[in-house]
Design a protein around this ligand. Structure first.
Ligand code: SF4
Length: 169
């Protein structure tokens, strides 16, 4: 009994924070949340054309997008970023729309290559949807035919800067 009493230490009572302290801490907390959101992107690639190979290359060891905090997602339900590449025809447009709707908020779209920006070599085809932004809102466009893997890396970095600059609600 005597020993037990010896180990009963008084519990420190924390001082309650003042409202001013919380106000002062809010911008720093916002910054931390935005940093975490921008550096943990799950990227879903929807590729129907040759540009998809360049996007895959951006995730390989040479360019290693993971070091910037972007990983490939295998399901739209956990993806933050949808990368659209290749020719978009009327049937594919429906699929892209459905995938976009399955993604949780906040979500972002990158259109890669001439095909997804304006139809590319198939711009005068009867079945092609000319631009990805006719189906879903696009945040970043990456021009080229084909695009380089470096350009894909730069697009992800640009998106991260865009997310970091946004207000967290
Ligand atoms: S933009 Fe060019 S390289 Fe890319 S999918 Fe279209 S045709 Fe292929």
């Amino acid at each position: 009994m005597k020993n037990q009493q010896r180990y009963l230490l008084p519990i420190p009572v924390r001082k309650l924070r003042k409202p001013e302290d919380e106000e002062a801490a809010r911008p720093r907390a916002n910054k931390a949340v935005k940093w975490a959101l921008s550096r943990s992107l799950w990227v879903l690639v929807f590729g129907t054309g040759c540009c998809a190979l360049e996007i895959m290359e951006a995730f390989t060891t040479r360019f290693d997008l993971e070091r910037f905090g972007a990983m490939m997602a295998e399901s739209p339900r956990k993806a933050d970023v949808l990368v659209i590449t290749g020719l978009i025809n009327a049937r594919v447009a429906e699929v892209i729309r459905r995938i976009y709707e399955q993604m949780p908020e906040p979500k972002y779209v990158i259109a890669v290559g001439a095909c997804s920006m304006g139809g590319g070599p198939y711009h005068d085809s009867y079945s092609s949807v000319k631009r990805a932004d006719e189906i879903v809102p696009v945040d970043i466009y990456v021009p080229g035919c084909p695009v380089r893997a470096e350009a894909v890396v730069e697009a992800i970095r640009l998106l991260q800067r865009k997310i970091y600059g946004r207000e967290v609600k």
